[in-house]
Design a protein around this ligand. Structure first.
Ligand SMILES: [Ca+2]
Length: 198
């Protein structure tokens, strides 16, 4: 009798196992292994154009402003000056009123020729105009004008960035001076990043 129950138990266990084995064989016969082509960098299909293709291009040389000492006057709310050269466009500086100056110590003398002012490239930042000038100095006390005040248009379609090119000049200190921001709901200048290039 004991042998009979053992036989029944063995059959009960064997039947599902056989069914699984059969399924496993079936699955094995329909799986096709596809090997992905070699890819060493992110690639975008042609049907998905990159919005950054329409951004105002910036020099590919080192951004001399990033991480360097920078000073400004009063800021609005939590939008402190250290946000202006931390390398991130999702953090920004906002002055309290005008004129608003940022003063960069480049910690060395460079032949600078371009300043870029960037806002967050997201389209939730509506188009605006800011008036900006650039002054340079070798000693941090005596400044000369490199770029006269001019109105620049920020638009998400072109990356919410502007580029100020001027005659190449030796500078150890750079002032970027804001005198207007047309955006509603703000009483000061705004910049997510200010970049300085040779
Ligand atoms: Ca930033």
């Amino acid at each position: 009798m004991k042998r009979f129950f053992c036989l029944i138990l063995a059959l009960l266990l064997a039947v599902p196992c056989m069914a699984l084995c059969e399924n496993a064989e079936e699955i094995e016969t329909i799986v096709t292994v596809v090997t992905a082509p070699p890819q060493t960098k992110p690639e975008r299909p042609p049907c998905f154009p990159d919005p950054a293709d329409d951004y105002i291009p910036l020099p590919e040389t080192e951004n001399l402003a990033q991480g360097k000492p920078v000073l400004s006057g009063a800021h609005t709310d939590v939008y402190v000056i250290k946000n202006v050269n931390d390398g991130k466009t999702d953090t920004y500086w906002e002055s309290k009123g005008f004129p608003a100056e940022t003063l960069f110590d480049l910690q060395g003398t460079y032949a600078v020729s371009t300043v870029a002012v960037c806002l967050n490239p997201s389209s939730i930042w509506e188009p605006r105009i800011q008036e900006i000038a650039v002054m340079v100095s070798l000693d941090g006390e005596n400044f000369t004008q490199a770029a006269a005040p001019e109105k620049y248009e920020f638009d998400a379609a072109s990356g919410n960035r502007v580029r100020i090119d001027f005659e190449q000049t030796q500078a150890a200190f750079v002032k970027v001076i804001f005198t207007l921001n047309s955006a509603a709901r703000t009483g000061g200048a705004q910049a997510a990043e200010i970049c300085i290039f040779e």
